[in-house]
Design a protein around this ligand. Structure first.
Ligand code: ADP
Ligand code: MG
Length: 339
């Protein structure tokens, strides 16, 4: 009898997975796939929300005086609880418009460094957004599942997720995290480093969006077969006037070197913590890299050079965590059942 009721309840609800990233939030609807992909940005005027997601990101760096663009998850921890809650609510409602008779059941992948208080805050904001049940999954676990690593088997797998605010490195086996490490060094840190470099080397002031653009267009972690260059527009620090300079990929790589070293060290330290039985698995299966930072040219060469292990770049690094929540929902029908 109870089982039938449960089944009925399931028919009128639906399950979604959310990748609550520091740079981007993705929503996955079970049996459908990724339905929403937007920057984790909220534009605020005083304590009023002006815009969320794509629209809010467009305002970043060019907001009129009283409007500020906030990234509530900046460093992988929730810097602004209320704002994070508003953002989560907005995305859930947007992704789930007019679906089902009851609210969704939600599986949320969260940065692994967050506190219990933050964890509860995420659960509460999902409930406030209409969720009838909420479960959480550590982000490296979701990422590993999303890229198809054999996380449920008694072998070791290693994932490196280079996001906007953090880099998460983890070794997984038998559905658990054997060891993980989270560094507050990710894409944002690389952007800030480029901003500082442009100022120091060229006396040029550039905003965060230009810095990210430089990283994406000519950034790299290892010498390229064909080095590149681009023109960068900014403002001269001395005169305050607009100015254009040419930057080369070699120069940007040199500027990023120290920060990439932090990521390499996190990978090495994680390998040092790997139990010997699993370490031998890693010599065969190697390391899989996901997150937007996996798209930085040469990152696989750098990690291979520094660890000696085979490196695989995820086929769609920006979707790995969301895909992983989807795979988890697919494989664990009972995830929302009360313990
Ligand atoms: P998060 O999980 O923290 O939301 P994502 O995995 O969505 O982060 O990755 C976002 C980061 O990836 C940003 O810092 C962005 O600049 C960076 N990124 C996106 N594309 C590229 C690229 N082609 N090369 C280098 N970095 C990239
Ligand atoms: Mg992420």
């Amino acid at each position: 009898m109870f089982k039938i009721l449960k089944k009925l309840a399931r028919m009128f609800s639906y399950d979604i997975g959310i990748d609550l990233g520091t740079a981007n939030t993705l929503v996955y609807i079970k049996d459908r796939g990724i339905v929403l992909r937007e920057p984790s940005v909220v534009a605020m005027k005083g304590d009023k929300v002006k815009a969320v997601g794509e629209e809010a990101k467009r305002m970043e760096g060019r907001t009129p005086g009283s409007v500020v663009a906030i990234r509530p998850l900046k460093q992988g921890v929730i810097a602004e609880l209320d704002v994070a809650e508003e953002m989560l609510k907005y995305f859930i409602l947007k992704a789930c418009q007019r679906r089902g008779l009851r609210g969704p059941r939600i599986l949320i992948a969260h940065p692994s460094g967050i506190t219990d208080v933050e964890r509860r805050a995420i659960e509460e904001s999902a409930q406030a957004a209409g969720a009838i049940a909420v479960r959480l999954i550590p982000e490296p676990m979701a990422a590993a599942m999303g890229v198809g690593l054999p996380v449920s088997e008694p072998v070791g797998s290693m994932i490196v997720d280079i996001g906007g605010g953090t880099t998460e490195v983890a070794i997984l086996s038998l559905n658990g995290i054997v060891y993980s490490q989270s560094e507050t060094c990710g894409g944002d840190t690389l952007d800030e480093t480029i901003t500082r470099h442009m100022l120091a080397a060229h006396n040029l002031m550039v905003g965060p969006r230009t810095a990210e653009d430089i990283k994406i267009r000519v950034g790299s972690a290892h010498p390229l077969q064909q080095e590149m260059q681009m023109e960068v527009k900014g403002r001269d620090r001395g005169t305050g006037l607009p100015k254009t300079v040419t930057v080369r990929s070699e120069e940007i790589r040199e500027a990023l070197k120290d920060k990439l070293e932090i990521i390499v060290n996190a990978v090495r330290q994680t390998l040092d913590h790997c139990p010997p039985e699993l370490a031998s698995d890693l010599y065969d299966s190697g390391i899989t890299v996901a997150g937007g930072g996996a798209l930085l040219p040469g990152i696989a060469d750098l990690l291979h050079e520094q660890t000696g292990l085979p490196i695989t770049i995820a086929s769609d690094p920006l979707s790995a965590v969301a895909e992983g929540t989807g795979r988890f929902l697919q494989e664990n029908d009972d995830v929302f059942d009360e313990e």
